[in-house]
Design a protein around this ligand. Structure first.
Ligand code: SAH
Ligand code: SF4
Ligand code: F3S
Length: 442
């Protein structure tokens, strides 16, 4: 094998990009690249990018600019742009920033090692295909090295929903589900390497319909298969669309022990006019009904969501309905954004854009309400004994940091258990972003 080289990957955007970065690192690892944590040491830099909002996309170019001196120092340094900006902008990236050597979209990154070789021949490869072949079949599996107890696993990719504001159907392509057997094999391998908590990923994960035997499996059927892996203790999935929340999946929350009582179910807005203009194809009421049914199936279910304020045409009265919906649901956690115009999406052409200061004001009000709810939810943990998956050492001597079922970080001084164990901890107090606890039992 040739001399080992250093790879630096910077990841933007969603959890799927985190997963993709891991797979790319493994693919390049098979070619002798070791992952490092700073661009200064790198022989190759990959920016795995996000196109979801303008700010995220523009960030890539300022980062690229910062690599200029590194390339001046080391002319053999290779710079690649991967992910959703690569898909959306293709060769435009190299035009704007000539120091980029490689551009590869999310569906073609299994070809990355080949592309790297062609850079050595003086080429500047671009691949934004949606190839016929299954990239996962062509990506090498990771060496049997121990890893952290929580992991992401992509089971479904792409989106056929076409919300009027969103680039994802264009950057990730049409909905594709991986076969059950492929996912089970990958999950079993992760568990063998120390993983205890797997989050199944998909842009529309609850529309999952991967092949199993002669037919297709639903998401709850996939979760049932994964539940059979003994040492896998926790299963989660994200992100779901309300319209694919079947009764079978709702019931699964009451039936499957390993499925965590925490669900990310974005609604985006509380006004039916806005939801219609967004092409969400559900109403505020139908969303609330789903939440009601979920809470019947699993009374301790906590919810998180995504919101957009200032979608074109959103009035003050529309926005008030978003606040009403939030008050009714009571979220444990949520992400909220100002609407960002994305080139090529249907909403980009709308004439009635909401002024920036109005968007800012609405975002502030929404976030104040959401953070109040988040604080209340965290506070309600105090005094309870919760199962916590121990994930890593803390900053203090003897301290370990774990995750509750609701993804809260929990700190405790523990010598009775180790990383990878699920232990019962009594919650003593809540800080802004994490909980303090003491050991109760294993
Ligand atoms: N597939 C997931 C995630 C999509 S992106 C889903 O369907 O929920 C994550 C979030 O970014 C979205 O839920 C939405 O709230 C937000 N988002 C997407 N496009 C946006 C835009 N143009 N402006 C602002 N926020 C946006
Ligand atoms: Fe984007 Fe809507 Fe698809 Fe989610 S469901 S990825 S918001 S188009
Ligand atoms: Fe961003 Fe692409 Fe994920 S646009 S949010 S990295 S699917």
């Amino acid at each position: 094998m040739s001399k080992s080289k250093n790879l630096y990957i910077k990841t933007f955007g969603c959890q799927m990009n985190v997963y993709d970065s891991e797979r790319m690192a493994t693919a390049m690892g098979a070619d002798g690249y070791n992952e490092v944590s700073s661009p200064e040491e790198a022989d190759m830099i990959l920016l795995n990018t996000c196109h979801i909002r303008e700010k995220a996309a523009e960030k890539v170019y300022s980062d690229l600019g910062r690599f200029k001196p590194l390339k001046a120092k080391n002319p053999d340094l290779k710079i690649g742009v991967t992910g959703c900006v690569a898909q959306a902008e293709g060769k435009e990236i190299m035009r704007r920033q000539p120091l980029v050597d490689i551009v590869v979209g999310p569906q073609a990154y299994h070809r990355l090692p080949e592309m790297v070789k062609s850079v050595d021949k003086g080429e500047k490869p671009i691949d934004t295909d949606f190839p016929e072949e299954d990239k996962f079949e062509h990506l090498p599996t990771a060496p049997k090295m121990k890893r952290a107890p929580s992991a992401f696993l992509t089971v479904q990719e792409g989106c056929d929903k076409f919300c009027a504001f969103c680039v994802v159907p264009f950057t990730r392509g049409a909905e594709v589900s991986r076969p059950v057997s492929q996912i089970v094999t990958e999950a079993a391998d992760l568990v063998e390497r120390g993983v205890r908590d797997i989050t199944l990923l998909g842009q529309n994960v609850n529309a999952y319909h991967g092949t199993m035997g002669d037919g297709d499996a639903t998401l709850p059927q996939l979760i049932r298969e994964l539940s059979k892996i003994d040492d896998l203790k926790r299963i989660r999935f994200t992100t779901s669309h309300p319209n694919d929340m079947t009764q079978e999946l709702i019931d699964a929350h009451g039936e499957m022990e390993k499925l965590m009582p925490y669900l990310h179910l974005p609604v985006q807005a509380g006004s039916d006019n806005v939801l219609k203009a967004m092409n969400r194809k559900h109403t505020a009421e139908s969303y609330l009904k789903i939440i009601e049914r979920l809470r019947v199936a699993r009374p301790d279910l906590a919810l998180s969501g995504d919101f957009i304020v200032g979608f074109p045409g959103e009035t003050d009265a529309d926005f008030e309905q978003t606040l009403d919906l939030v008050r009714e649901v009571k979220y444990a956690q949520a992400y909220s954004f100002k609407y960002s115009t994305r080139p090529g999406t249907p909403a980009a052409d709308k004439k009635v854009q909401v002024p920036e200061d109005v968007k800012s004001d609405r975002l502030k009000r929404l976030q104040a309400l959401l953070s109040e709810q988040q604080k209340e939810f965290m506070g309600s943990m105090v005094g309870r004994v919760l199962p916590v998956l121990l994930e890593r050492p803390g900053r203090l001597e003897g301290q370990l940091v774990g995750r509750s079922e609701y993804l809260h970080g929990v700190h405790a001084t523990i010598d009775q258990a180790e990383i990878g164990d699920v232990v019962n901890l009594r919650i003593l107090g809540a800080d802004t972003n994490s909980l303090r606890a003491e050991f109760v039992s294993k």
